[in-house]
Design a protein. Structure first.
Length: 214
């Protein structure tokens, strides 16, 4: 029994990690866990100026635009956050974010610490999560296992990863991605716990509560 027509606003989750930390795998896997509990969540589709990689599709993995259009969107105030990463621009659309939250969808922003700072500066109600690898050796192993980068790029990504991890203490929650299933459980709990809070449950089950106390 739930109150008809009452939609609770979705929550905004920021998830950050160094390259190779596993946040992409975790955030995509958590959608299924949440759906099994009746929770509608989505991962925000960012805008980027980099070229699509093999198997990537516009509007699904990213919105691929050129540098001129990206700058124009900045000038029009259309980004909730944006940043330069490895020589390319990335940004989160403001309107789409607000539309999904208003519709009751929990939204995941898969962004770095620079973007997380911008989001926190503009949005009070944001839940931030940082994902760490179990060791620096494991992080390097994961980066090399991709077999996508040359030696110089691997070294650059390792340096960038250390710089990213230095900002872990700016986040609300910390997950160590040693065992993937355990890390996935921990991530899902953060979404579900919020939805079990008394104020939200009181609105969701107002008719049931009234009948029980009548």
């Amino acid at each position: 029994m739930s109150s008809a027509g009452l939609i609770a606003r979705g929550a905004l989750f920021v998830v950050s990690a160094p390259s190779g930390g596993g946040k992409t795998s975790l955030t995509r896997a958590v959608l299924g866990r949440l759906a099994a509990h009746g929770v509608h969540a989505e991962i925000s589709v960012s805008y980027t100026t980099r070229a699509p990689r093999a198997g990537e599709h516009d509007g699904v993995h990213y919105h691929f635009i050129d540098d001129a259009e990206f700058v124009a969107m900045i000038e029009r105030g259309e980004f909730l956050e944006h940043a330069h990463v490895f020589g390319r621009r990335y940004g989160t659309g403001r309107k789409r974010t607000e539309d999904l939250l208003t519709a009751g969808c929990d939204l995941i922003l898969d962004i770095d610490w620079q973007g997380a700072r911008q989001v926190r500066a503009q949005t009070a109600d944001v839940i931030s999560i940082f994902v760490l690898p179990p060791s620096i050796e494991e992080l390097e192993r994961r980066l090399r296992a991709r077999a996508q980068d040359d030696e110089a790029t691997v070294h650059a990504r390792m340096a960038a990863a250390r710089a990213e991890m230095a900002h872990y203490d700016e986040y609300d929650y910390l997950i160590v991605n040693d065992n993937f299933e355990r890390a996935l459980d921990e991530l899902a709990v953060l979404f579900l716990t919020r939805r079990l809070a008394r104020p939200m449950q009181s609105r969701r089950y107002v008719a049931l509560i009234e009948s029980l106390l009548r």
